[in-house]
Design a protein around this ligand. Structure first.
Ligand SMILES: Cc1cc2nc3c(=O)[nH]c(=O)nc-3n(C[C@H](O)[C@H](O)[C@H](O)COP(=O)(O)OP(=O)(O)OC[C@H]3O[C@@H](n4cnc5c(N)ncnc54)[C@H](O)[C@@H]3O)c2cc1C
Length: 425
């Protein structure tokens, strides 16, 4: 067999050996740095748990916890249950926002929630209440609080006759999409599979289907809710309609929603979607892409969804597109051809492809991501004047290009224009 007759000089072997040595040393020091960081986190977690434990032991309600634990189907987790306590705390998706609660009750039923609310009411001087659903906000596992954790309440029931879906207050979006997928149905929700339906709905809920069918909250037909006195009521258009109106955007301020009922919709056969990455190293190039995208988005028909996505600290101005229709290729959709020519120094153009709504856009098959340093901010606007829009984009882009806390932090800043379209209801 022929082999190339290459002679490697000794100095090159020496050089390669030193490079391997330097690489190994760097890997080793990095590994030891990582090990030190992990140890520091462990120490901080231990100190936090000890502090929460001390506060709990000194509280007026500690001795009464045994009383409710007998009534619950779910379980009470205290800082003293170190291992399961940290598992609960770590449900807070954002690593920077994992507090040290005094009590976490992992409820299993509406009755459990009502029992907890009554207990909290009896000790209201000494207890600050937190509610956790998908734990994607900063308000789910706060320091020294009493957490009602809905994470075990994840049932999803589909009514294929009426195209409605009834969902427990602690379900992740992924769990709802999994039930809807085989029927080619969808509820307008957010774009991240592990967001909780609780916080998302009560705060609005924006996703790919919003231009066609409104926000999640617009498709929220009925709530089963535990009020602040522990009473369980239903709110819909006929019964307690003012309460339903308040819940549509009023966050968790009216009680704890244990069941949500939503309107579902048949999906179009195809979806052309993808993220177009535009390399925009200068402010001017980024503003060019963003303002052009903004202008294009405000002219879009309802069946096209689009975002401008600014990844914190990155020189990329991305736009995210989803076109629902019969067309299978970008050549058939003039608006998508415009979407890949928005400016910038360089654009990755072949990103928009025919994709599955549930698997690819909603990410139900993507691996479960247990935690992150992601901050997700969303701004929605309609049509701004040309100059105003440029000034606005300059301000946003300048802000998101600033160096962020450590290299680990990822801020996802999504801006989108509704083209004057808001909720249908
Ligand atoms: C990575 C990431 C991606 C995101 N993507 C989107 C997106 O595409 N679209 C979008 O609209 N938003 C998005 N968000 C924002 C998200 O919707 C909010 O952070 C929302 O509050 C998360 O809800 P949660 O149930 O997961 O959070 P939690 O922290 O569990 O709850 C948030 C708040 O709602 C209250 N609450 C939760 N459930 C109930 C309930 N059943 N009854 C009463 N009160 C309750 C809690 O008390 C808390 O104050 C995203 C956030 C992140 C971090």
């Amino acid at each position: 067999m022929w082999r190339p007759d290459i002679k490697i000089p000794d100095f090159a072997i020496g050089l390669a050996a030193s490079a391997v040595g330097v690489f190994a040393l760097e890997r080793f020091t990095n590994l030891s740095r990582l090990a030190n960081a992990a140890k520091k986190v462990e120490e901080e977690e231990e100190l936090g748990a000890q502090r929460a434990e001390r506060i709990l032991l000194g509280s007026t309600y500690y001795k009464d916890l045994d009383g409710i634990s007998n009534e619950l189907e779910g379980e009470i987790i205290l800082p003293t249950d170190r291992e399961s306590y940290h598992v609960c705390r770590r449900r807070a998706f954002n690593i920077n926002q994992r507090g040290f609660p005094c009590v976490v009750v992992r409820v299993r039923s509406t009755r459990d929630v009502a029992t907890c609310i009554k207990f909290v009411n009896q000790h209201r001087e000494d207890i600050t209440l937190c509610v956790a659903s998908g734990c994607h906000s900063s308000k789910c596992m706060m320091d020294f609080t009493f957490v009602i954790d809905l994470g075990l309440m994840t049932k999803v029931e589909l009514d294929t006759q009426n195209l409605t879906v009834k969902v427990d207050g602690g379900a992740y979006l992924r769990e709802i999409d999994k039930v809807l997928q085989p029927h080619n149905l969808a509820v307008p929700m957010g774009t991240y599979p592990q967001t909780g339906i609780g916080g998302l709905t009560l705060g609005g809920g924006y996703g790919f289907l919003a231009r066609q069918h409104g926000f999640t909250v617009d498709n929220f037909l009925e709530a089963e809710i535990v009020l602040s006195n522990g009473e369980v009521v239903v709110a819909n258009d006929e019964e307690n309609s003012d309460l339903l109106w308040g819940l549509r955007g009023g966050s968790g301020n009216f009680g704890i929603v244990t069941k949500f009922t939503f309107q579902a919709y048949k999906l179009p056969a195809h979806c052309l979607s993808g993220t177009v990455a535009n390399f925009t190293p200068t402010l001017a190039s980024a503003v060019e892409v963003a303002t052009n995208a903004d202008r294009l988005i405000t002219t879009l028909p309802d069946h096209v969804a689009a975002y401008v996505v600014l990844m914190g600290g990155a020189s990329v101005t991305a736009t995210l597109w989803a076109h629902f229709g019969e067309e299978k290729s970008i050549e058939e959709v003039p608006v998508l051809q415009k979407a890949i020519r928005l400016g910038g120094w360089m654009t990755v153009q072949n990103a928009i492809k025919y994709r599955s709504y549930h698997n690819d856009l909603q990410g139900i098959t993507t691996p479960y991501i247990a935690s992150g340093y992601v901050y997700h901010t969303l701004i929605q606007f309609g049509e701004l004047g040309k100059e105003m829009s440029t000034v606005f984009w300059e301000a946003i882009i300048t802000h998101t290009r600033k160096p962020l806390h450590k290299s680990l932090v990822k801020a996802n800043f999504n801006a989108f224009a509704m083209g004057g379209k808001m909720a249908k209801k």
